[in-house]
Each structure stands twice: as structure tokens, then as C-alpha cells.
Design a protein around this ligand. Sequence first.
Ligand SMILES: [Zn+2]
Length: 304
Amino acid sequence: MAIQPAHNICPLCKESAREQSSGFLRYFECQRCGDFDVDQLSGNTLYYHEQAHRFSGFTREETESDKDPVRLRQKNFNIILQQLPEDDDLETKCLKLLLHVLRKSAHLGAVVNLRGLLDYPITYSRNVDEFEFIVDEVVARGLLRTVGTAAEMGAHSVVLTTAGRNAVSRKSFAESSDAFVAMWFHPKLNSVYLDGIEPAIRDTGYNPIKVDNLHFLTKIDEKIVELIRACRFVVADFTGNRGGVYFEAGLAMAWEKPVIWLCRRSRISRVHFDTRQFNHIAWDTPMDLRRQLVDRIRNTIGGR
Ligand SMILES: [Zn+2]
């Protein structure tokens, strides 16, 4: 039988951290993994989880972005992991490092201090050795410049170069592989998503992001804005005429993201007068929708 993890030991990185408990909930403030909470059972599972380092990356990233503490719950582990960089995804790990340095840079040319022993989760790394590898890679590409000498293992003082700054803004938006899906979250539309929209997006090489899969993460409205800001394009289905779908499509248009407009054929006359002129895909069945959506993505955005 597995040994129960001790109090004040972070279940993600297994190092000491501040812990407070309240009933079944455990709140952690970890210098490596940031702020998060877990229930008793999820904490025990995480402690022995093979992918714990990827959760560390996520909780640290959310904390660095001043989000509310992540709530880690066992029933959502797989859904969370699907959104996170894979272990061998070097490009995303390099980008995470650059975004962190950008966030910490108060001005052009600012020196940012990295402490690998504490900061390795920023790159979703398993340990400080992997962090070092990623720093070396980003420096070799000319995206960061190191200044001064290291005071401890894994420590670097770095400056974001102009090439690094350009790489961050270009990669994080234009090269995103995420397609944000705006639609009515009603059970009768489940198969429209599962058999129509989701496979069409995957068929063209993109990653579908549907917010009801992420409800537990943080405040939903902030998350939506951030996901739309970061995505490559938006797929918006107006069946059911939900206000939220209009809001999300409008937000995307304001940021000059492509929007693909959809509606069940029998409901298209109900689409709001102001947006009716957009070229909607009128669909009859999920299979029909899938075929049309693949064509539209390939013709207007391009497959990956
Ligand atoms: Zn930790």
C-alpha cells in the first residue's frame, strides 16, 4: 500500500511547501508549483502521478499570470492534461520560457533572473536538468541573451532579445493550433460537437477548445477572453441563438481572428439580423456539418 504523503510536502514536486487544510481540502503555496488546492484523495493520487510535473507547469503558469489558484480534482486530471504541452514538445516549452521572461521584463533590455531549482516548472520540465536544456536551446537560437555568471546550479540572468520578443508575439497567436468553439452547451447538441465540429477541427490538424470542458479551471469569463485571444480561429454555431455565442464571435472579430459561422439549416432564419449576412454553413446532420466544416477550414484558414 502506498505511503500517505506528509503534511507541508507539495504533492506535485515533492518538496516542502506551505500547506493549509480545511476539511477535505488542502491549499498549497509552493515556490516551484505556485498556488493550488486539491482534495484529500486527489492529492494522494497526484503524489504518485507519472505526469505530476506537467500539472506543476500548469499551476505555476496560472499563478504567474495572477489567476485564481487552480483546483486540481481527480475527475478532471485527464481533461487538464490534454491541454498541456507533451513531454517532447520542445517548441512549446521554449515558448513558455520566452513568455515568462517577457512577463517579467519591466522594459526593453530588462535583466530577468531565473533560478532553475525553483523555476523549472515554468518550462513544464521534469527537473532542473531539463530546464537547463531548454534555456540553452533558447539562447542558442538567439532568443535570449545571458548576462553575468551563475551563482547556483540552474541560475541564469537573461535578457529577451529583439528576435525573442518577435518570436513570442508571432508564435503565441498566428501559429496557434487552437480552434475555439462557441456554441450552445445543451445536451441535444452533444452529437453536433462530438460527431461534427470536433472531428472536423481535428481532421484539419487543429486542436478544438470548448469551454464547458474547462469550467473548473478558473473564472469562466476571463478564461474565455484569454482563449479567444490566443486561438487561431473561432468556430461559432448559432443554433439556439445564444447571446454568449454572439459575444465570443464578436470578440474574435475585434481581434481579427477568422470566424466560421454555423447554424442548423432549419434555424437559420432565426439568426440575428445584424450577422445574417455572414456566410453561414447551414447543416442538417452532424456528419454533413463535419464534411462542410473541413472544406471551409481548408479553404479559408488552411489545414496544418
Ligand atoms: Zn511544488
